[in-house]
Write a protein that binds this ligand. Structure first.
Ligand code: CP
Length: 299
């Protein structure tokens, strides 16, 4: 496998191979013990991260490899006062490692590093454009609950489109046919054109601007999964996008799954954690197995 910058860089068959190994969960580390011996990961996080950074590093070390890197652009020479060009960083770091994982605040930075890199680069989140390994984690989580054929899935997304998690998830879901996507978000925002161009033409996307509008559509009982992410607006007041516990239990199916890439903000009240469909913590744990399995595709 080459660079993984967009979720569209990985074929469905390669994705399924990643999922097959990830299904081993903790056993993957016994089965492939030492597989990354003598390999070095460069973990370059130019933007903060808890889950992605630590699960990549943990996966690599549990498979026998070692990692170098930083979790803050200011600890590198690409921060102030030198602002070393990222293509230079890519070239230099390539001499010290076998693979690079990189998170940036702007997708242009990822492309700049890619230009200089001489080893494979995996994006750990590129500005507001894509987060391919989050999508792999999300799709793996879905397939463990629903089965490997996600065609016909009904997904309610609560979150401002134009987020890398949502963009990559929808592109990833485009590997299957007839996905019904309901997006609950503020008025006036929609998926970016460059993302829409990558979606399966059989994907049906509809927008709603309040929980009431969505519930009045009568479609809540058809939803298989609620995928939440942050709502960004100017006032930070967005109660119109938060279902009440009563609505969650009474309007949706009993076996609804509730996912969130985390970290949460107000859209996901702590009270939802006791819902039997709240799988966001196991979703985050799956990130470890998916990233371990992904590394094994390279070595
Ligand atoms: N989901 C996710 O990307 O979390 P982190 O920002 O903590 O890595």
């Amino acid at each position: 496998m080459e660079n993984l910058i967009s979720i569209s860089d990985i074929s469905l068959s390669d994705m399924k191979a990643v999922f097959e190994r990830a299904k081993m969960r903790e056993k993957i580390f016994n089965e492939y013990y030492g597989a990354l011996k003598d390999k070095t990961l460069a973990s370059l996080f130019l933007q903060p991260s808890t889950r992605t950074q630590l699960s990549f590093q943990s996966a690599f070390t549990k498979l026998g490899g070692t990692y170098i890197g930083f979790s803050d652009i200011n600890s590198s020479r690409s921060g102030p006062p030198y602002y070393e060009p990222l293509d230079d960083m890519g070239q230099i770091v390539s001499g010290y490692c076998d693979i690079i994982v990189m998170r940036t605040i702007n997708a242009k930075y990822t492309l700049a590093l890619l230009e200089g890199a001489k080893v494979p680069v995996i994006s750990a989140g590129s500005g507001n454009i894509e987060h391919p390994t989050q999508a792999l984690t999300d799709l793996f989580t879905l397939t463990t609950h629903i089965g490997t054929n996600l065609s016909g899935l009904n997904i309610l997304i609560i979150g401002t489109p134009r987020q890398r998690t949502i963009n990559s998830l929808l592109i990833g879901l485009s590997n299957w046919e007839n996905i019904n996507v309901h997006i609950l978000c503020q008025n006036g925002v929609s998926l970016p054109d460059i993302i829409c161009a990558k979606l399966n033409p059989t994907m049906n996307v509809r927008y709603y601007h309040s929980t009431r509008q969505f519930l009045e559509s009568g479609l809540a009982s058809q939803i298989n999964v609620i995928y939440m992410d942050k709502i960004f607006n100017e006032t930070n007041e967005y109660t119109e996008f938060v279902f009440t516990e009563n609505e969650l239990y009474s309007d949706f199916k009993n076996d609804i799954m509730i996912m969130h890439p985390l970290p949460r903000t107000r859209e996901l009240p702590k009270t939802f954690d006791k819902h039997p469909g709240a799988i966001y913590f196991s979703q985050a744990q799956n990130g470890l197995y998916v990233r371990a399995s992904l590394f094994l595709s390279y070595f």
